[in-house]
Every structure is written in C-alpha cells, then in structure tokens.
Design a protein around this ligand. Sequence first.
Ligand code: MOS
Length: 726
Amino acid sequence: MNKMMMDEPFRPVGLTHAQQGLLGQPLERIDGPAKVTGSAPYAYEGTPHGISYAAIVGTPVGSGRVTAIDATAAEAMSGVLAVVHGDPRMPAGEANSRAMPTMATDRIFHVGQPVAIVVAESLLVAQEAAALVRVSTEPGEDRFDPRAQPVDRKPAIGFLPPIRKGDLDSALAAAAVVFDRTYTTPIHFPAALEPHASTVWWDDGRLTVRSSNQVIGSARTTIAQVLGIDPGNVRVLAPYVGGGFGGKTGVGPEVILAAIAAKRVGRPVKIALPRRQTAYMVHHRSDTVQRLRIACDADGRISAMAHESIAAQNDDGEFLEPVPFGTMPLYAGETRWFTTDLVRVDLPATGAVRAPGEAVGTFAVECAMDELAEQLGLDPVELRRRNEPETDPLNGKPFSTRRLLDCYDEGMRRFGWDPQPAASVREGEWLIGTGMAAALRGNFTVNAEARVTLAADGRAVVETDMTDIGTGTYTILAQTVGEMLGLPLASVEVRIGDSDLPPSAGSGGSFGAGSACAAAILACEDILAELALRMNSAPDELRLKDGCVSVGGRQVSLLDLVRGEAIVADGKTGPGAESKRTSQASHGAHFCEVAVNAVTGEVRVRRMLGVFDVGRVLNRKTAASQLIGGIGWGIAYALCEDAVVDPRSGRFVNPDFGEYHVATNADVPKIEVHFIEEIDDSANPAGAKGVGELGISGAGAAVANAVYNATGVRVRDFPITLDKLL
Ligand code: MOS
C-alpha cells in the first residue's frame, strides 16, 4: 500500500510521466447521460420487493415536554403497517445529534422534532395516518427569538476556539482611522434539489441504506452506533446524490427511524422528507450578528482586525457557525480578535451549510473593507492590496500557495474595473454600480483511500466510498486515473457511493476532490512501480499514453504488460506535515455590476466575474460549474434568502420554495469564472485545493458593495430586499 507518511512532506506532484492530457480538461460529466436519461438510481428510486412507505410525525410545539402519543386512529387506518414511537433503542446525545431522534427523551428541542414514524402500504396512507397521530405536550419556557437571548461568551461548543491576540482597545485608541460596524445575516436553508430520501432494508441482520448522503463512511458508523449494531452489518449506498450543501453531511433521524420501522414490519421502507419537514429536521445555517472593528493608519495599513460574532444553536446541538474563519488569514494586522459567541434557542439545529463560516463571515469583512476604503478615499482593491499579508498573520506560517493579488489583477483587467463614486451612474430609472470582494476558503486534506485495479483487459477501475453530489467526482476520478495510467477516459471505470469500498473523506468541506484524487494518484503510483518492474525500468522513466507504456525507444501496450495478471493497488492520503507547516486556503476575487431601480428598489445583478486560485484544476468545467453555482447562491444570500422564524411559535414562516426565495435563472446573469492555476504541492499529492465552497465566499459581499455603489445606500442587514433601499 502506498501510504502517505504523516510526518513526511508530500512528494511534489509533477505527473511527469503522464502524457494523456486528460487532467484539467473541461470534460463533460461521465455520469451526465445516466442522470439526464433518468437511469441513474437516486436514493428513493428502485422498488425492492415488498416495499412500504413512511412518514414522520413531528412535535407540534417547540418547547416543553411530550406527555403522550396516541396512535390509535393512525393504527386503525387500512393500509397502515406500523406506528413506531418511543422506541427504547434510541440512546440520547452522542456523536451525531441529527441522527439521534429524541424519542428516548420527552424533552422538546424544537418544532417538528421527530417523535414517531408511520409505515404503510402507500405513501398517501402513511402521510394521512401520520396526520392522525396525536402528540400531547406540556408547555415549557421557550426561546424562539435568537436576538432576545442572553449571549454566552464562552461557548463550550464549536470547533473554532476564540482568538484574542493583542490589545484591541489600545490598538483602536492609537489608530488614525477606526472602523466599527455591525452586520446581520438571517437563517439560511441548505435546500438541495433531491429530497432527504432513503430506501432501507434488512437482510439477515444486515442493514442496507440507500440514502442521499454526502459522507457515507461516517454515515455507516453513525447508523451502526445509534442502532447498536456492528458497522460491518451496515451498508450505505449513495451512487447519485442530488445536492447536499452540508445538509446531507450527517445522518438524518428519518434514516434511523426508517431502519427501526423496517425491522419492525419486516419489509423495506422508503422515506423522503417533504420540503416543509426538511426545514425542521435538517439543520440550517444560523443567523448571525457580526461586529467588525478595524484600526488602520491614514494610508489604510491595518494594525488591528476584530471580527466578533454571535450564532445560535439549540440545546441538543454541538455545532457553532465558525463565522470569522475566513477572515482570520485574509488581511494583515498585528492585533487580531476572532470570536463566535453563542445564543441557545428552541429552534431546529444549526449546522454546517456550504462554506460554514466564510459564506456569511465574508459579508461582514468584505463589506467592511469596502466601507473602509471609501472612508479612506481608496480604491477597494488598493486597500486590500496594501493589507495583503506575507505570511499567515495569525501564526506566521508560510502560505502554501496564495495568488490572491493575481486574482485581483486578472479580475480587474477582465471585468474592466473602473469604479465611479457612489450613486453617480444612472441609465434612465436604473442606478448602476460595481463592487468587488475577496474570496477565501480554508483548504483541508482529509484521510482518504482509493483502490485502483489495472485489470487484465487493460482497463482500469477506481474504487472509493466517495460521493458525487453533483460536483463531478465520477469525472475527475476517471480523469485522474486515466492521466496517471495513460488511458483514455472510456477505459476507466469509477465505482463510488458504496460504503463497502475503501473509505474516503466524502463530499464536504471542499476536501472531497483533492483528497480522493490524491488517494487515487498514490494507488496509481504503486501500479506504475509494478509496471516499471515489468519493463525493467524505473517509474520516472515511464511515459504513458493511449494504453501504451514507453521507456526510451521501447513501447509496450498495457494489455501486454498486465499479461492476464491484474495489478491492484491501494492509495491512502491524509493531512501530512505540510498541512501543519503551511497555511492553506483557496482564494479568489469577485467583481459585480448591478442595476437598481430608483423607483422600485429592485436589484438586478447584471454580470459577475470571478478569478480563483484553487491549486491544480482537475476539470475546468466541473470546477467552474461549482464556482458558478456558489456565486449564484451568493447572489441569493445578498438579495433574497431569508428563513423567517415566528418568535411566538418557533415555526418557520416560509419553510418551502414558495416563500423561501432562492435565486432563479432570471435572477442570475451570465457568470464568468477564470482560474489562476498554480499546483499546490503542499496541499496534497493531487496539488489541488478546495473549490466547492469558494464561490459562495465573498460573492454576496461583491453584490452588496455594488448595490451600495449604485445607490449610496449601505444595507448591513441581509438580505438586501428592496424595502431597505427605498
Ligand atoms: Mo459541507 S457545509 O462540509 O457540505
């Protein structure tokens, strides 16, 4: 096994032997035809023999206690197979709170907390019977308004410890220029197109769960832990996933309930959360309050940067939105305060949603930089340029690769950056403005394994329990292995989405592509070593292309080399010494032009352009598509997404797409994405940094800054709905 030693630096990844020309190509997704023709099996599809259908019953109120559950009427309905509630197999608390339905306790943490599952012969019967289950409750004190709760300044939860480096008060007192503003962002839903769906069945004590899930390896562990069975007796399948955005990183209670119900009725069970239930049973991104304080000299050189925030969580949750995460390495300055305080609420859990931290933290810091630039009479790019740190300003670590200045330059050139004074450009009744913002998302490489087989027929198979959540995993793995072994794309088969395959990082934290492809590369290196042996040569001397290996003047086909004897190799990667030695992030610059109607306040985004530094680009099309998707979401964060809680009931006012407004095609203009490509040898053996969560970082701030430039109205309470501009 080609194992990445944790205390050794990564080998530089030149892929010098590779001549296939596949890696980086803007290839179409190889899973595309299966998806568009409907033959790709998603979690709810396929109907195992004897299938039954489930619906979940949630608590009608958001606090207090459950005193009784009366399922008599539901059980009496024709076609109902079982109503399961109060199951004693449910331990409370522990690893993954979303997977731990609170049926073992009578405590109510939020509205819609799952307390029972109904299984029936048909979906309609299950849903109708679920509506007949009576849940009696005893009221309790409630905390439905996050802004009305006491703030815990020393939260015991979350992964980002508070940072208070230097004396902030002194730095602010000594500075020529001081900036101090507060920004707020609302609750956001991770609204994936494919519902949170699963089909589950038992077979001789072995549980199979076909589920829409981003990280199936840990899903298997969690399911086994919650059900108290051996992980070897759980198999999670997720060959196709229709989006996740963080909402499918964990295991939902509906999966656990379906597994218990399937055992109870002795039949397979299908469950899909209706959209409105998704709002309650899947975590959301917390609303935030963010105070930005910046001290600088008259030239804009920053001496202190403080990004202090407040985020919410319920009493059952362990996650805390790491709001200032992206701000930490972004700009220079000796004194640095980055904190997230906590308010406890009786609302559905908050959790990781695409670019946890950066997606909303960049609103505050990147709008603040825009405001500060105007205060100083500087171009906003120039202010950023003056504060570009040489090393990580928090710990002095060198950056692995950081091409942020190049992203600004290239973006300005391509966009035609020529900002005019605020509220100075008008076309009829439209006010025109431009804005920009930096993008930054931390880069992580996570433990991942892949097995590559060079089969006796000269074709290659790569196997890992990765998922493709619409991101292009199938395609980039095929490209990577094809590149490494000199095979055309059609000669590489990709097997993912099965927890029985070698464990990967899964899709999350923008670490999936880099980690999985790195593992595949390491496996391929072992295969190359074996091929070199068979060629009586050294791996570095091999040149591979079109299924042929050449060394010097000799050329042999792979088919001849494998001689009916397949070569199998396992590659394993993880965070190496370079991950500790260097500070790693993906970077970018967003530029935006908006038109704001002077009469109605309507904002139309006219164009957006981004330039990104993501290390090696594995596929220029799928990488660009992720960035475009993230930017589209950033537009929505800036202008419309806003989950509203009724503070009297703890219910969402708008838990569906009718009222929770995401950006539609008509709201999203042509988005241009460009890359500054520098292979990052410190990131991982693939040289690739994260892409998936970079696009949304900073995108909304660029829109907000353009809206200010157009109108002269600075909105600090997101989203920027038209009423706030009039
Ligand atoms: Mo993510 S928020 O790690 O899918």
